[in-house]
Structure formats: structure tokens, C-alpha cells
Design a protein around this ligand. Structure first.
Ligand code: KG4
Ligand code: ZN
Length: 345
């Protein structure tokens, strides 16, 4: 029997828990999304998020454990995200995990959320350590981060590039708001872009000679173009419904193309410069179909991308990551505090 780890994730607006055996075998992955609660506000409301975690955490945990035929006594290690993220959200998951470790008398592991996104790739049919092997060029693109990280071994990270303003997911969310689409914006932009002809184009911020990103310029360019085309503010332009929908999908596609092009180019540049043996994608934006397609097409190295449900926030990735921390003997005491600004590398 392998080591069964229960991973708990509450850093933002998903209450999630999953059980993973020996870091790679996915036993369960339960996610209670709060998207519909935050949607009317066009973004995550921290106070609403923390209160909803408190309501959802116990049923989610119960489902994650019992759903794969286990009982609490079968869990060997309990792990939770302790940063980065929203303070009130992190506290709820971390406290539950510590209380479980205390009452069950089992080890507790604190996990860096960003490192968790990387380890979602260990839940695929590949073992990235075996093939392609380290070093790995990792992209973590989420609502709060757009990081290029060189992973030289388990727990060994070097932050090579990051966003200087908006994170990629945040940019998708803001672009969707400009275009009058729903929240979260990434999936909405992807959905409407599918039927676009590709006739519009937005600029790319290359920030030459650095591995850093900037997405605020393209967002502003989108705003100006949307104004000029009569679709911003949403509902103000007097265009017929079908014409509005047409303009919105062309602008959404132009925005997606611009963000994807820059991310793909910079990730590949970084991978070549640091002689990475392969590329890993993680974070909510890695669920984007166009990003997955472009990187897979352009990258000369092996590319590992978890299925979309493991790219967005989940507890299984936290359990996978915790296994490798546990295996190398990392220990956490039960007075571990949250760290909302926790960096990686
Ligand atoms: O990793 P994640 O679930 O939570 C954070 O750690 O932030 O990422 C959430 C972000 C949101 O900004 C959301 O719009 C974006 O990921 N996202 C996407 C897609 N699915 C989620 N962005 C682009 N395309 C998608 N399909
Ligand atoms: Zn995340």
C-alpha cells in the first residue's frame, strides 16, 4: 500500500480536496467552485470567499475521502496550501488540515500553492522526473501569477520571469469584463473566440531582453478598440445584437491570441536558454485550449500539460506536491501560519 495523502486547497475561491497515493496515483479530486457567488461582482470577493469555504470544507473533505472508498483513519498524511493566496481563504483550509493531523495523529505538510500547480503534471500519465527529466521549464499562469520557473529537481526552483503588472488570468478576467462576458473570464474568452475569423489584431508586449511579462498594455488596447467599435461600455453602442456578438468574439480572439503568443514565445525562449529537457504548464490559464495548442505545436521539447480540471485550483495537486516534500523529510509544525505572499524560487 502506498502513502495516501489528503490535500486541501482553499487559497482563493475553490474549496477543494483530493487524495493521491504515492504522489502520482489520483484517487479523488473534489472541487466546490464559488464562481457563481462571485460572478455578479466580476471578481473574487475575499470576505464572501472565506465564509463559503467554511460552509463547504467539511462536505468536500468527506467526499474526497469516502468517495474513493477510504475512511479518515486510512489517510497517512494531511496537507494544505499555506500560501500564496487570500488570507481569509487560506486560514480555513490550513486550520482544518492542522486539526485533522492533530486528532488523527498523522504528519501535516504545508504546501506552496504555486509548487502545487507544478506537481499537477505528476498526476498525468507521465513521470516528469523520468521523462523528460530535470531541468524542466515551468509556466505557472493563474489569476495571481504568471511565473516562469526553472525546476532543477524536487523542491529546487529558480524564478526566471514573472509579470510586472497583471497576471495572465487576471488579464483574461478584466478583458472579459470589458467585453461584457461572464466571470471567470478565461473560459468565457476561450468560448466566444472559437467562432472568430481572426480579423482583429492587438499588440504584444515583448519586453525584450527579459523573461518578464506585461499584460496591462494589451488590456488597455482592447478597451480602446472596444470603445472604437461601439461595444464598450457593454450595452451602450446601439449595435444590433448579432453585430455586437460578432465584434465581441473577434476582439476576444485577438486578445487571447496576443496573450498566448507572448506566453508561448517567452516560455520557449526560457526553456532554450536554460537547456530545459521539457516543459510543464500549470495554473488556471494552462486550461486554455489555444495556449495548449500553440505551445504543443511550437515547442521542440516534450510538453506536459495536465487536463484542465487539474490546471485550475484543486486539492489533488496539493497532495501530489506534499508527497515529494514528505519523501524528502520536510517537516511542518502545527503552528505553521498562513503566508499570503509566499514566493516560489
Ligand atoms: O489557478 P487558478 O484556478 O486560481 C489561481 O490560483 O488564481 O486560476 C484562475 C484563473 C482565472 O483568472 C481564470 O480566468 C483563468 O485562470 N482561467 C483561464 C481558463 N480557465 C481558467 N484562462 C484562460 N483560459 C481558460 N480556459
Ligand atoms: Zn492556482
Amino acid at each position: 500500500m502506498g502513502v495516501k495523502i489528503l490535500g486541501i486547497e482553499t487559497s482563493c475561491d475553490e474549496t477543494a480536496a483530493g487524495v493521491v497515493e504515492d504522489g502520482r496515483r489520483l484517487r479523488s479530486n473534489i472541487i466546490a467552485s464559488q464562481a457563481s457567488l462571485h460572478s455578479p461582482f466580476g471578481g473574487v470577493v475575499p470576505e464572501v470567499a472565506s465564509r463559503q469555504h467554511i460552509r463547504d470544507i467539511v462536505p468536500v473533505l468527506k467526499n474526497a475521502v469516502e468517495g474513493c472508498g477510504l475512511s479518515l483513519e486510512d489517510v497517512d498524511v494531511v496537507a494544505a496550501t499555506y500560501g500564496p493566496g487570500l488570507a481569509g481563504s487560506l486560514i480555513s483550509g490550513l486550520n482544518v488540515a492542522k486539526a485533522m493531523a492533530f486528532t488523527l495523529g498523522i504528519p501535516f505538510i504545508g504546501v506552496n500553492h504555486l509548487e502545487g500547480h507544478i506537481y499537477a503534471s505528476w498526476l498525468t500519465r507521465y513521470d516528469p522526473e523520468e521523462a523528460p527529466g530535470f531541468p524542466l521549464a515551468c509556466l505557472i499562469a493563474s489569476g495571481g501569477h504568471t511565473d516562469l520557473v526553472l525546476m532543477e529537481g524536487h523542491g529546487d526552483y529558480k524564478l526566471v520571469g514573472r509579470t510586472r503588472d497583471d497576471a495572465a488570468g487576471e488579464a483574461f478576467d478584466k478583458a472579459a469584463r470589458i467585453l461584457g462576458l461572464g466571470f471567470p473570464g478565461g473560459p468565457e474568452i476561450q468560448r466566444v473566440s472559437q467562432d472568430a475569423t481572426g480579423e482583429e489584431r492587438l499588440p504584444r508586449a515583448w519586453l525584450k531582453d527579459t523573461h518578464d511579462f506585461s499584460f496591462s498594455g494589451v488590456k488597455t488596447a482592447l478597451l480602446h478598440l472596444a470603445q472604437a467599435k461601439g461595444v464598450y461600455p457593454p450595452g451602450s453602442g446601439g449595435l444590433a445584437g448579432a453585430e455586437t456578438a460578432r465584434v465581441v468574439r473577434e476582439l476576444a480572439a485577438a486578445f487571447q491570441e496576443s496573450v498566448v503568443d507572448v506566453i508561448a514565445a517567452k516560455l520557449l525562449e526560457m526553456a532554450a536558454k536554460y537547456r530545459a529537457r521539457g516543459v510543464i504548464l500549470g495554473g488556471g490559464v494552462a486550461a486554455n485550449a489555444r495556449l495548449r495548442e500553440v505551445i504543443t505545436q511550437r515547442c521542440p521539447l516534450p510538453v506536459i500539460i495536465p487536463p484542465p480540471v487539474l490546471c485550475t485550483d484543486n486539492g489533488a495537486m496539493i497532495a501530489a506536491c506534499a508527497y515529494f516534500q514528505y519523501r524528502r523529510g520536510q517537516q511542518f509544525s502545527l503552528d505553521l501560519d498562513i503566508d499570503p505572499g509566499l514566493p516560489l524560487g
